[in-house]
Design a protein around this ligand. Structure first.
Ligand code: HEC
Length: 149
């Protein structure tokens, strides 16, 4: 007997499997790498803006992954509003210690687990490696952020 799986079911299984592969590590890596400044679960602190529970990612839409990749690779500085709170007293340093693979886990945690985005938004290890080699300017990141306001 030949077993026929409808394509939709195969696609669904692949998506679930790749999601499972990413789930779990991201939170631990986030807390160790970003959590001291951005707070547990991305809620923000007085020195660094929240990266969960704001409309930042939904405003960025299809550019969410590119913005997150750029900020992680290049850091961020300059004053901007997060919600109604201005940030800009302290620059964010480029995050160079986690491997590109670990950056993917952190991005999955932030975009999908904390902010309910889709797997399609999560940048690849290659995206992170390329952004480290050729980091965007802070001006380009600011422009990307402002395009959505
Ligand atoms: C030493 C503290 C520090 C660490 C560590 C840090 N950040 Fe930041 N981050 C900041 C600060 C401060 C800002 C705001 C910079 C500004 O005001 O221009 C920021 C900004 C951001 C933004 C932009 C938010 C917005 O509203 O546009 C994102 C996204 C972000 N950080 C993600 C991360 C991730 C992911 C990590 C871990 C890989 C991380 N940060 C690690 C301090 C930090």
């Amino acid at each position: 007997m030949r077993l026929k799986l409808p394509m939709a079911m195969v696609a669904f299984c692949l998506v679930v499997a790749s999601g499972d592969a990413l789930a779990g590590q991201g939170e631990t890596l986030y807390e160790a790498t970003c959590g001291a400044c951005h707070g547990p679960g991305g809620v923000g602190t007085t020195s660094a803006p929240p990266i969960a529970g704001t409309d930042l990612w939904s405003r960025l839409g299809g550019k969410a992954g590119a913005y997150l990749t750029g900020v992680m690779a290049a850091g961020m500085s300059g004053t901007f509003l997060s919600g109604t709170s201005p940030y800009g007293n302290q620059p964010m340093p480029a995050q160079l210690s986690p491997s590109p693979e670990d950056m993917v886990q952190i991005a999955y945690y932030i975009l999908v687990e904390l902010n309910g985005g889709s797997m399609d938004d999560v940048p690849s290890a290659r995206d992170f490696a390329e952004a480290r080699e050729n980091p965007p300017s802070i001006a380009a990141l600011t422009a990307l952020r402002n395009e959505t306001q």
